[in-house]
Design a protein around this ligand. Sequence first.
Ligand SMILES: Cc1ncc(C[n+]2csc(CCOP(=O)(O)OP(=O)(O)O)c2C)c(N)n1
Ligand SMILES: [Mg+2]
Length: 428
Amino acid sequence: MSEESLRPNLPPLALHVPEPRFRPGDPVDFAEVVIPPADAARRPDTSAQPAEFHELAYTLVRVLDEDNQAVGAWNPRLAPEVLRRMLRSMARTRAFDERMFRAQRQGKTSFYMKCTGEEAVAVAATLALDRDDMCFPSYRQQGILLTRDYPLVEMMNQIYSNRGDPLHGKQLPIMYSSKDTGFFSISGNLTTQYPQAVGWAMASAAKGDTRIAAAWCGEGSTAEGDFHSACTFAAVYRAPVIFNVVNNQWAISSFSGFAGAEATTFAARAIGYGIAGLRVDGNDALAVYAATRWAAERARTNQGPTLIEHFTYRAEGHSTSDDPSQYRSAEEATAWPLGDPIARLKAHLVAIGEWDDERHAAMDREVAEEVRAAQKEAEKNGVLGHGLHQPLDSLFDGVFEEMPWHLREQQAQMLAEEAASGRPWARK
Ligand SMILES: Cc1ncc(C[n+]2csc(CCOP(=O)(O)OP(=O)(O)O)c2C)c(N)n1
Ligand SMILES: [Mg+2]
C-alpha cells in the first residue's frame, strides 16, 4: 500500500484471482453443479425473439433422463438407425483418438489432441447440420470430419506430415483442412474462426444462398476479442451462423473461472448481444442434436445467430504435451455428474430395445480394426523421423498464387545455404 492513504477509512483496493475448487489430491464433490430434470426446459418456437427465452441461457437443455429414456420438448425423436449412426461415429472418433495418441507416444508424430468425453459436441451437431453447411471448428472437433466420412488415412497423413499429407507439412499435426468436407482450416490462433464463420455466413446470405455456418471454440477462447466482434457482427446483420462454445471447464491448466465462469454462464454472453442463447448438456448427444437443429432452423429462416454453450468436461489432457495431474484432481473425470456421451447414448439404445452389449462390443472391434488398417496404410507414406517428406524447395509454395519477389529471394537463399551446408537430409 502507498505510504499515505487518501481514504484511511477504506480498505485498499484488491483484485479477485479465481482459484479452481479442486487441485491434485483433493477429493472431488460436484454437488454444486445444478442439473435440472431432462424434461424441464421449454422449447420456444424457432421464430421466437431471443429476449423471450433468456432463462434457457442459465439452465441445461437435456433429453436423456435418469432411466435412459428420451423425454421432454427437446426430444428430437430420431429413428434408431440415426441413433446407431451417431453412436458409431462417436465410437469411431474415440478409437481414432486412442490410436493417434499412442502413435504420438511411439514417436510417429510430434503432437496429438484427443476429444475424449466431448465426442457428442461435434458428432451430434454435424448430424443435425446439412452436409453442405460450413463448419469452422477448433482443434477438438475431429468428430466433424469422422462424421462426414472424410478418409481416416488422409487425417493420419496430415498427423504424420508425411508424403501423403494433403497440407504438405505446412500445418501442425491435427490442424486439418478440407474444403470438400465443409471443414475450414484449423488455426492455432484461438478464436480466429469465429469472425471468419460470420464473414462466411454473411457472404452466404449476400449471395442469396441457403447454406449456414457453424463455429466451435472452447470456453477459454471466449476471452479472445475475436469472439466478441464476431457476436457483434452476427447480431447486427442476423447472420446465419451457429456459435458453439464447448465449455469443457479447462483451458490447458487454466480453469473456466479465468474466462468468466464464476460470474455467469457462457450461454448468457448471448443476452448482452441480443442473440439467442442456449445452455445444453454437452454429454447428451440428443440434446446437442436438438439444440443444433433448432439453431439451424433459426439461421436458415433468417432469425439470426444462436450461441450454444455445451457444458461438458475435458476427460483427458489438453494435448500430448500436457500433464493434467499437475494442476487438477484426478478424481474430477470420474466424479463428473453428466457422465460419458457414448455410454449415455448406448444406455438409451439398450433401454429402447435397439442395442445390446454384444452389438456394442462388435462395433468397438470393427471401428478399432478400421482405424488400425488406416494407420497401416498411412504409415506407408512415412512417419516423423523418416526424413524430409516434402521437397525442401516446396516450403514457400501454396501461400500466394504467384510467389512474390521477396519470397523468391528467400527461397533462393535457403537453397544456396542448404547446398553449401552439404546436409544430405535437406534434399529429398
Ligand atoms: C490467441 C492464442 N492465445 C493462446 C494460445 C495458447 N493456447 C492454445 S490452446 C489454449 C487453451 C484453450 O482453451 P479452450 O478455449 O477452453 O479450449 P479447449 O482446449 O479446452 O478445447 C491456449 C491458451 C493460442 N493458441 N492462441
Ligand atoms: Mg476448454
